[in-house]
Each structure stands twice: as C-alpha cells, then as structure tokens.
Write a protein that binds this ligand. Structure first.
Ligand SMILES: [Zn+2]
Length: 359
C-alpha cells in the first residue's frame, strides 16, 4: 500500500483520510485526496496529478551512434551520454544520486572511461540533483542557469520534491543544490579527445537558461526540455513567446537524431522533425487557448478549463499532460498579462494554484 505523507511528515492515514485509491485520478476536479495540517485545522488540498503516478518506469539505455547514448524511462526525464576518446559526458543527471547510480551502472557496461563532465541543460531539480553521484571533474551550465539556481534553486527543489514523490524517493541522498563548476554564455566547445562537443544557447524557451548539446559531425542533438516526445512540455518557467523561434533554430541545425527532454530518442530526421513539430504544436494550441480567454477577460480557472478541454483530444495521452496543464496555463496567463519573467514556484504557490484551479 502506498502511504501518503503530509507536508509535515504525518501519514495521511493517521488523520483518518485514507483515500489512497483516489490517487489514480488526481487531476484538478478529482476528489480531495490530500491535506495539510495548520494548527488544529485541516486544510484540504488536492494532490498534484503526478502524485498519482507511482508505477516505476522501464528504463531504456540505447546506443545511437558510436558516441551517443540515450537513457530514457517512459516519459520520465531523459538523460544523454556521450562517450569520447578519453572521457564521458553525462547530460542531465537524474533526480537523485541513487537514481543516478543506475545510469552510471549502465555506462559502466559499455565503457571504463571516466565520467569527466556533467552538463545541466537547465536548472530543474528532477534532472540536476543526482549530480553528486558522478564525481565529475566539471559540472557545466549556462550562466543564465547558474543565475536561476542561485535565485530559485532552493524553492524549486522543495516544490519538485512535492510534485514528484516517485522521482524523489531517495531524496535523503541529495547533498544539496547542484552548483556548476564551469559556466558559459552562448557557446562552448569541449573536446573529448578528437570528438567535438558543442554546448549552445540558441534561444529561450523551457527556461531562461536552456542549453543544448550538439555533436556537429554526427549531427546528434541533446535538446533538454526544449523538445519532448510523447510527453507534454512543462511551461511553468517558460518564455512562450520565444520558444517556437528557438525550436526553429534547432530545426536549422538539421539534426539526424535527437534526444528529447522526455521520451525515447528520435533515431531518424523524420522522427526528430515530428518531435520538434509536436512540441511547437502543443505550445501553439496552449497559447491560442489562453489568449482567447484573456481577450474575453475570463478568470484563470475558466481559461484553464476551456484550454484543457481544447488540448485534451490531441495531447491528453501524452505523459504528464494532467500534471503540466495547470502550471502551463498559469504561466501562459502570466506572460500574456504582463509578467515577462516567470514567477518563482514555491511549494506553497504550487498548492494554492492547484487548489484554485480545482472545483
Ligand atoms: Zn525542465
């Protein structure tokens, strides 16, 4: 049986609120299934959709070229691995050092070369907090990502831990925030022996600091969450006006293969284009939906419900769709109503937003 713990560590069952079966339907509008205790009062809250997602995912570790590998897990955050002549680079670390160990074990089955570099495509906790496990010489991120870790890394850690309990099962193994040891602005070239690896910022999108990793000779692209495959893009910290153009910039590289932020690797130019176009399509329908509500001066809750309804037929089957929608609509609404930069998500703001959008 899954035991849900309240934010203050009290098992849900101890409060007489044992309703774990309802975790299967945890989108806004579902029954009350969580609570947190404030003094003598029990404040009801609705669990985040991802809290109902408790089944372990099957991992695929795939060789794409002699140098590039993808570590994916059915819509969970995907990591990339590049094996050079003398060293290994890992792109996005997984959520905890314990989770990262599985990736390390799989790398060790194909090479004994040292893992010298860890690259963070952006600051989100689910993909950076496993970094300590690699004991890499360098942890590389864009300066914009460094700034975001400094500004909101601690809040993001707390908020993502509550959003994704399955991914943070071994949260106690995280020694603290992951701090880059090397930062760059715009472009950086790294040589793994004779293998050229390029780190680039080609525009803002999923976050302010998005970094892609590009193997120019092999034409293999590691996109981070700028591109998703079969999973909903999370846009809670996004620059939605700029994201479609950034995707055009990725397309202009003419990648042969693409390792997305979530989902399996795209192994042909056709699959790659489909993932980029699918992400663009999702963003277009999202922005159109929210925009039409804002024009009619509708309340956020109404806009959420109509936008979700419009997106459901096409995107409802994508991984984490229900989890993303409230955050995506909230950020899109903010951007269209004068918040150029994403507001910081705290665990408290997460809960307030989720409750406001539920009935
Ligand atoms: Zn992300």
């Amino acid at each position: 049986m899954f035991m849900f713990y309240l934010p203050d560590g009290i098992p849900l069952e101890a409060n007489g609120l044992r309703r774990e079966s309802q975790f299967l339907d945890a989108r806004p509008g579902a029954d009350i299934i969580a609570a947190h205790v404030i003094g003598e009062d029990v404040e009801m809250a609705r669990a985040f959709a991802s809290r109902g997602d408790l089944v372990e995912k099957k991992v695929t570790f795939e060789r794409l070229t002699d140098e590039a590998y993808a570590y994916s897990a059915e819509g969970d955050p995907t990591s990339g691995v590049i094996i050079g002549d003398d060293a290994v680079m890992v792109i996005d670390t997984r959520s905890t050092p314990v989770a990262a160990q599985d990736l390390i074990d799989r790398v060790r089955k194909v090479t004994t070369k040292p893992i010298k570099y860890v690259v963070l495509t952006h600051y989100h906790a689910v993909r950076v907090l496993g970094a300590a496990a690699y004991k890499a010489e360098h942890i590389i991120a864009s300066e914009d990502t460094y700034d975001l870790i400094k500004e909101r890394g601690a809040q993001d850690f707390k908020s993502e831990t509550e959003r994704f309990p399955r991914l943070f099962q071994a949260v106690e193994s995280i020694p603290g925030l992951t701090w880059p040891t090397l930062t760059f602005r715009g472009f950086m070239r790294i040589w793994l022996g004779k293998l050229e690896v390029q780190l680039m910022q080609v525009g803002r999108g999923h976050t302010k600091g998005d970094t892609i990793v590009w193997l120019p000779k092999q034409k293999v692209l590691f996109s981070g969450d700028l591109v998703e495959r079969g999973a909903a893009p999370y846009t809670g910290d996004a620059y939605l006006r700029e994201w479609p153009k950034t995707l055009d910039n990725l397309r202009a590289l003419k990648p042969r293969m693409l390792i997305p932020g979530r989902g399996d690797a795209c192994k042909t130019p056709r699959e790659t284009e489909a993932a980029i176009a699918g992400t663009q399509d999702f963003l277009r329908v999202l922005v159109q939906g929210v925009q039409s509500g804002v024009k009619r001066k509708q309340a956020l809750k109404q806009i959420f419900s109509s936008t979700r309804g419009k997106m459901l037929p096409k995107f409802g089957q994508w991984a984490i769709f229900e989890h993303c929608m409230p955050f995506d609509v909230s950020r899109c609404y903010d951007e269209l109503t004068g918040h150029d930069d994403p507001r910081i998500w705290t665990a408290k703001r997460d809960r307030e937003m989720w409750n406001a959008l539920a009935d």
